[in-house]
Design a protein around this ligand. Structure first.
Ligand code: SAM
Length: 338
């Protein structure tokens, strides 16, 4: 198998698949309070259609798929999709990003269906604050979901924290402590200027739901953790993502920093995104996408799908350079698949 690469020599081996644009939470930096206008049911790709796209992509060199959304666990029968994908020869890893609220009752079945691991989004350890950030979610359901995922063997379970200045940035150390005390694999994520978050990013004072906020650079978080724990040790972790991975000395968990804003990782970008409506997106910050739904529904074969996938890869630019310029986009994370 020859490597599948783009015009800039980057190997493309990772596909993120948004299985729904619907979500059972309304995180303040991700969605407006009323949610987003859901796309019509018939416009959402069926599982069999998603599997055809993934099969074609695997034929080109994609090795890993991540299911996301919206909230992937609100899509009925999601385990059936995992099972369909698991049957594809050459697909090495299936992971899923979830808010974790429904995971406690689903983790074992997802593992049995063939899911390898999960990332769970959790921005705070305080129940009241969790309800504020998610506009009504229950922290306890997520903590149960994390435990269930670990017991089911969906490891390494990563816990993703989007850090918002003045809202949860006083909890970055408490989250690091979970890597020591509970063996969590914590990832700090810089809030990106997408959709409703566009105005909360950057140095300027801004507000969301009446709360004043902004970006916290990961370098500041790391410095705070190292003041408390001493220098972090580098860790090799299987199935790594765009996070530099470290550990608090002596801990079984890990700490990573996903610094898309302060230190873009476009030069090692290995991914494409499939929206729930069947658009293939070359970059979170691109306004271009290749429609796969229409070809899928008129019976396009593997080769035609592969040609379309190649054309999406050809649209990948060198980088979004978020640190140097504002990228104007009305993209919603829930639609693009976070
Ligand atoms: N519902 C699932 C979840 O909560 O993980 C999957 C979709 S959600 C859009 C995926 C991830 O994107 C979450 O970790 C969320 O915190 C993150 N996210 C949403 N908007 C973001 C933004 N503007 N910048 C950085 N991360 C964001």
């Amino acid at each position: 198998m020859t490597a599948f690469s783009d015009a800039f020599g980057r190997t493309i081996d990772y596909l993120r698949v948004s299985v729904t644009d619907r979500c059972n939470l309304r995180c303040i930096y991700c969605m407006p309070p009323e949610g987003v206008q859901p796309i019509a049911h018939e416009q959402v790709l069926r599982f069999e259609e998603i599997a055809r796209v993934v099969e074609a992509a695997v034929g080109l060199g994609v090795r890993r798929v991540r299911l996301t959304g919206g909230e992937p666990l609100v899509r009925r029968g999601i385990g059936d999709l995992v099972r369909l994908l698991r049957a594809l020869p050459g697909l090495e890893e299936i992971s899923l990003t979830t808010n974790g609220t429904l995971l406690a009752g689903m983790a074992v079945a997802l593992k049995e269906a063939g899911l390898d691991r999960v990332n769970i989004s959790l921005d705070t350890l305080d129940a009241k604050r969790y309800a504020t950030i998610t506009r009504g979610g229950s922290l306890q359901t997520v903590l149960l979901g994390i435990d269930a995922a670990r017991q089911a063997g969906l490891n390494p379970v990563k816990v993703n924290m989007v850090v918002l200045r003045g809202i949860n940035d006083d909890e970055t150390l408490a989250m690091a402590r979970q890597s020591e005390e509970r063996g969590w694999h914590v990832r700090y994520i810089e809030v990106m200027p997408l959709g409703v978050a566009q105005h909360v990013c950057g140095e300027a004072e801004s507000s969301v739901d009446g709360l004043s906020t902004g970006t916290v650079p990961n370098a500041a978080i790391r410095a705070e953790i190292e003041r408390a724990y001493g220098l972090l040790e580098p860790v090799e972790i299987v199935a790594g993502g765009p996070a530099e991975t470290w550990r608090v000395p002596g801990s079984s968990g890990s700490i990573g920093f996903i610094s898309a804003v302060s230190h873009g990782f476009c030069d090692v970008c290995n991914r494409l995104r499939l929206t729930s409506a069947g658009g293939l997106v070359p970059c979170l910050f691109s306004d271009r996408e290749i429609d796969l739904r229409e070809p899928l529904r008129r019976g396009a074969g593997r080769e035609e799908l592969q040609a379309l996938i190649r054309s999406a890869v050809a649209l990948k630019g060198p980088g979004h350079h978020l640190a140097e310029r504002r990228v104007e986009t009305d993209h919603q994370m829930s639609r693009m698949g976070g």
